[in-house]
Design a protein around this ligand. Structure first.
Ligand SMILES: [Zn+2]
Length: 201
């Protein structure tokens, strides 16, 4: 039988392509504790207990609902433009450390902007600029995919789609309908899909 430690290091050293990583699911636990201290957020002070709130645990029910519930805690942390830039940079640094050479990083401007009511355009500018800088610094190729959650309104999805198209030159290559697909089907976002398909606007 293969020694799992050996096989892990073999996989770690392989150059990789990652096509589906969500920025909001890639925060470092240490960074969350930093932000919680700085902004007085009430979260568990131990990494172990915090991990239970934001990462799927072995004893958790293996359901999509449980997975999505982790984002209820994760969305508390976006309290300043610096934090949004920092978590973007760290997600890319972590991928580069895993020897990922090309990554499509998804992010949800509505989720990142909601805690402080930041304009979506500014949120996208911060993520795009930080991602470009981190890609250059860590030697990894990054493209961005803008997510909108299925439970949001069609109007909001259209607004995000419009901004995604306007950020093509800043690394945005696509749009993702994310979130609870069991309860929210796709048809309501048909207009947003059509907007993304248009060559320019
Ligand atoms: Zn996803």
């Amino acid at each position: 039988m293969t020694d799992p430690t050996t096989s892990n290091s073999v996989y770690a050293s392989m150059p990789k392509v990652e096509l589906h990583r969500h920025l909001e699911g890639s925060l470092r636990l240490d960074t969350m504790l930093d932000i919680a201290r700085e902004f007085g957020l009430t979260i568990p002070a131990s990494l172990h207990r915090l991990s239970g709130l934001v990462q799927v645990q072995e004893q958790d029910p293996l359901t999509f609902q449980n997975f999505l519930a982790k984002f209820n805690t994760l969305r508390l942390f976006y309290r300043s433009p610096e934090i949004i830039r920092r978590v973007t940079r760290e997600a890319i640094e972590d991928a580069a450390r895993d020897n990922v050479r090309y990554m499509e990083l998804r992010f949800t401007p509505v989720a990142l902007g909601r805690a402080e009511s930041y304009p979506l355009r500014e949120v996208m500018d911060w993520v795009c600029a930080s991602a470009a800088q981190a890609a250059a610094d860590f030697g990894i190729q990054i493209n961005l995919i803008v997510s909108v959650n299925r439970h949001e309104s069609v109007e909001l999805a259209e607004q995000v789609a419009d901004l995604a198209v306007q950020h093509r030159e800043q690394g945005v290559v696509g749009m993702d309908l994310a979130g609870n697909e069991a309860e929210f089907s796709t048809p309501g976002n048909g207009q947003a899909r059509r907007m993304c398909a248009r060559p320019s606007r």
